[in-house]
Design a protein around this ligand. Structure first.
Ligand SMILES: NC(=O)C1=CN([C@@H]2O[C@H](COP(=O)(O)OP(=O)(O)OC[C@H]3O[C@@H](n4cnc5c(N)ncnc54)[C@H](OP(=O)(O)O)[C@@H]3O)[C@@H](O)[C@H]2O)C=CC1
Ligand SMILES: O=C(O)[C@@H]1CCC=N1
Length: 277
């Protein structure tokens, strides 16, 4: 669905670039409907050339001309950005934050109490239309605002609506999760190389296996344990591999990763919430 709104990405790093590319790819926005900001001239040029969007230095200019403002700087630098754009914000703007941990209340404190804010947590597979985004509505955002934000992220993957307090957990799982899976793919490929496969062959097989297994879970709706049972024949190869993973503590390690990232998101939020104006 085309949004037909002007969208500003304030801070055009990895995640914003993934969204810009995803939106253009899906046709949700045309290049002339997107404006990006970025402090570094070389990066501005790169983004402009790569996507045909306007990429400028001024956050204020971008905030003034857009209907939807995506706050896409690091949580540690969001205060500087909010102070800068506050005079350009009124109730006509929809503010969509993708910043990990930063509460809606901390954004509203800087931009003004009545501002329409939707807080989200996307992930980088949005770049290829396979993102997963959770969204939570601020007190002054309307149902229509939420639908627009949802449409924006739905064009680059799947979306779920959550309560704001659940966003730290989402950050620990799907926001940060691609990093865990990349590690797994790299390690699987290393395993393949160790047993004699060429690196490119091992990498292609590892990535396709992870993608295929995920697709099987999503498309069949089967419990992953049941799907695992279908791969493991008695006395066979897969159960030998599964045993090695259990000895290595794979499940506990993944659970601990989600928990550690969730805690860190919470910590970033506490810092943002305790800052004085
Ligand atoms: N990466 C991910 O997987 C995900 C990230 N997020 C969230 O997205 C946000 C961005 O993360 P990510 O893309 O990884 O980070 P990046 O560092 O890649 O992107 C941030 C960008 O903002 C720019 N920037 C810094 N200060 C300003 C400013 N005052 N005005 C405008 N732009 C500025 C930076 O420029 P420069 O480099 O020159 O300083 C950089 O290009 C974070 O809040 C993060 O929590 C959410 C989900 C997933
Ligand atoms: O590491 C980070 O801070 C960001 C948030 C979610 C994924 N990456």
């Amino acid at each position: 669905m085309a949004l037909r709104k002007k969208i500003a990405f304030l801070g055009t790093g990895n995640m914003a670039e993934a969204l810009v590319k995803g939106l253009l790819r899906a046709g949700t926005a045309d290049a002339e409907e997107i404006v990006c900001t970025e402090p570094r001239a070389d990066r501005r040029e790169e983004i402009g050339k790569r996507y045909g969007v306007r990429c400028i230095a001024s956050n204020v200019e971008a905030a003034e001309e857009a209907d939807i403002l995506v706050l896409s700087v690091k949580p540690q630098t969001i205060d500087v950005l909010l102070d800068e754009i506050a005079p350009a914000i009124d109730h006509h703007k929809l503010v969509v934050s993708i910043a990990a941990g930063v509460p809606i209340s901390a954004i509203a404190r800087k931009l003004g109490a009545g501002v329409r804010i939707v807080r989200t947590m996307p992930n980088t597979p949005a770049l290829v239309g396979a993102g997963a985004t959770a969204l939570a509505r601020g007190a002054h955002a309307t149902e229509e605002d939420l639908l627009q934000a949802k449409a924006l992220f739905e064009s680059v993957g799947t979306t779920v609506l959550v309560e704001e307090h659940q966003l730290d957990a989402v950050t620990g799982l799907s926001g940060s999760g691609p990093a865990y899976v990349f590690l797994a793919i790299e390690a699987l490929a290393d395993g393949g190389v160790k047993v004699g496969l060429a690196r490119p062959v091992a990498m292609a097989l590892a990535a396709q296996t992870v993608m295929g297994a995920a697709k099987l879970v999503l498309e069949t709706g089967e419990h992953p344990g049941r799907l695992k049972d279908q791969v493991t024949s008695p006395g066979g190869t897969a159960i030998a591999g599964v045993h090695a993973l259990e000895l290595g503590g794979l499940r506990a390690a993944l659970m601990a990763a989600v928990e550690a990232a969730t805690d860190r998101s919470h910590e970033l939020g506490e810092k943002a919430a305790s800052k004085k104006d």
